[in-house]
Design a protein around this ligand. Sequence first.
Ligand SMILES: [Zn+2]
Length: 163
Amino acid sequence: MSQHQPEPISAAENRARLRRARAIARRTGFNGRVEYRHVFSTSGGAQYGLGLGPIADLLIVYADAFQRDADPDDFSLEAIIAHERGHQVVCRHPRLQAVLSGSPSVVSEEILASVVGSLVTDSADDRESLLLKAMADAVQCGMKLEEAARLVWQIRNHLEILL
Ligand SMILES: [Zn+2]
């Protein structure tokens, strides 16, 4: 997607970014390896990779996550990482896998990951932006806004009990 690449940063800044990404990942409950790559991604700033077991899972955070974090109108680094932790929970939770593979449903992994993300963040702003993202994804799947809002709250209430 991005032909251009980020401005170079110092080794110290690189380490600081990795440290910050790791600290947030641990706070959200992410287990596995966390890496920082100073290139622009095509995945919104971070990517979750399923490993052979939870500690072999990989979270890669990219330069655009920090760029988005610096924009007050965009997702924070916390929200981006919480969403990826959501993917990890969804991939590793048998009940959630059952929900996804069950009857035809508009509930996608992407929606579930955002709702789980909203449950693992301490920030009210990040919670709200993740729930809005889940609703926007449901609308994208063809739902009306009110239906999408209802669906996302139902999932959230359900997951609050399940997780
Ligand atoms: Zn996602």
